[in-house]
Design a protein around this ligand. Structure first.
Ligand code: PCA
Length: 327
């Protein structure tokens, strides 16, 4: 058979195309997230997306939509479950009503330092993973916020001083605190917090130094009480089917970048926690330790919340806490 140069070249071209096949096809994921672009959580997500892009030679391209620009915080998990987005990040305790295990990291005063919080994460991770898997989601990584303190317009020396406050809540636990101290809970996610502060919808709230900084709390608040009540976490997850549709090397690249992101995220959070409190001081807020009376009152509130949680979470919840305490 005589082949001309042209047919040979054509055949080679077809073969090259065939070899690229589905393996070389580019996959695009969107990853909705709910916090500002310069918040450490978002910074870490951008780095994760970049790492995945590089490790896969551009085969998997993840676009992070920070600042609740694609979905609002409470909608992100469902959006990923239903495949409207392939991946997402959310503060896991926002879904404590789905399952108490999603609220283990906001049991007050259970894990208040980063080393404790990391232990609690290690102890609870399998249970959290299992529940997400049952909802069609694959966990990628979890990253902590700063320890939670109280922002207020007026001085707070006891839990009695919290009575009647217009208290911004972001999850079940923060709303329940309002109930227990006689404050009025208003649930507002971080993306809407600056506006809620500006319009006076709330005059106190509990969150980290970073969310106080992100929402310029000093423009309306005077006090920050460093109560270190708990360290909540964001989780990043992917739609299980979207993950399974990737070829093996790409799946491995995602998991590897996720492990790197988890480590980087914990480091970043711890490094910046003090810096954020310094920014509150620099902006003329009074950053104070809680008084002994306030501490004692909050401990009582914490005991009640812990008892509530254990009742909801049952023996499996207790088992995770026991495992954590043994670590
Ligand atoms: N910032 C988020 C969640 C916890 C935190 O520190 C918020 O206030 O909504």
């Amino acid at each position: 058979m005589i082949r001309t140069f042209a047919t040979l070249a054509f055949a080679a071209g077809v073969a090259a195309l065939a070899m690229q096949g589905p393996a070389a096809a580019q996959t695009k994921w969107s990853l909705p997230a709910a916090y500002p672009t310069d918040n450490p959580h978002s910074v870490n997500l951008f780095a994760f997306a970049k790492d995945v892009g590089e490790a896969t030679g551009g085969k998997l391209q993840i676009t992070v939509h920070a600042n609740a620009s694609l979905f609002k915080a409470p909608e992100i998990k469902r959006a990923v479950q239903t495949g409207q987005a392939q991946a997402g990040e959310v503060i896991v305790s926002l879904h404590e009503n789905d399952d108490p295990m999603f609220g283990i990291d906001v049991v007050p005063f259970l894990a208040t330092s980063y080393p404790q919080s990391l232990k609690l994460w290690k102890a609870s991770r399998p249970a959290v993973e299992k529940r997400l898997a049952a909802q069609g989601l694959k966990l990628l990584f979890a990253v902590p916020w700063g320890p939670q303190g109280i922002y207020a317009k007026k001085e707070i020396n006891t839990v009695e001083d919290m009575k009647g406050l217009k208290w911004r809540a972001y999850n079940v636990g923060t709303a329940r605190i309002a109930d227990l101290v006689g404050a009025q809970a208003v649930t507002i996610q971080a993306a809407e917090l600056p506006q809620a502060l500006a319009t006076g919808v709330v005059n106190a709230f509990m969150t980290s130094g970073s969310t106080g900084y992100d929402s310029k709390a000093w423009e309306t608040m005077t006090y920050y009480y460093n109560t270190q009540a708990w360290i909540p976490k964001n989780i990043t997850f992917v739609n299980q089917a979207a993950f399974e549709a990737l070829d093996k090397p790409t799946q491995e690249a995602v998991l590897k970048a996720a492990a790197v992101a988890e480590e980087r995220g914990w480091k970043l959070a711890e490094e910046k926690a003090t810096w954020y409190l310094e920014q509150l001081t620099a902006n003329k807020m009074k950053v104070l330790p809680p008084s002994d009376a306030l501490k004692a009152g909050l401990n009582k509130v914490g005991d009640q919340l812990t008892a509530d949680w254990l009742k909801k979470a049952g023996p499996e919840g207790q088992a995770v806490i026991d495992a954590y305490r043994k670590m």
